[in-house]
Design a protein around this ligand. Sequence first.
Ligand SMILES: [Mg+2]
Length: 197
Amino acid sequence: MLRKYRFVLDADGVLLNFDRAWRGCTERVLDRRMEVVDPVYDLGARYGLPTASVAKAWAAWDVTEGWRRVPPIQEGITVARMLLDMGHSVTVLTCLPNEYAEQQRRWCLDRWGLSGAQMIAVRATKKGGLSQCRPHFFADDLLVHCVEARDVMVPFIARIRYCEQEETPDGIHEFGGLEEAVGSFFRQVGYPLPRLG
Ligand SMILES: [Mg+2]
């Protein structure tokens, strides 16, 4: 019998394309095209928007149930479903602003076939969620959460390249997507490599 592993995955930037949804919503409400001016996490800085425009965009986001409409990152969803099918445990550890966003995110994950995945929502740090899950594998696009995972001794940490461009510190692996990251993990632990995709 093959060993089962615990996978903890971030949502935005790994499974779901929040950036595309937020930009689309903001372009509609501001009635103009937007380009990334600085590839950073902060949305105002990323798109060169003043605070008032960001506030207006978030108001429109809430009214149009933005969290529910975030599209999938197909590769991430496919890999997460495969892990569940293989009998591994998958927890989506996601940072969200409120309970309403949590409900909509859960709906979204179910919609894309991840009803078998547990979801833990946090407001800021992911350290508590990571300590609770004790994953063998953690993937996130934000370096700050990858560093938190390293602090709580997660053995395999995959930083998925998304928007930020800082250098990845020691103990954290960098990948272009979840498929590559999970493939690397399975090779490292000597697990027979499944056919992905
Ligand atoms: Mg993220």
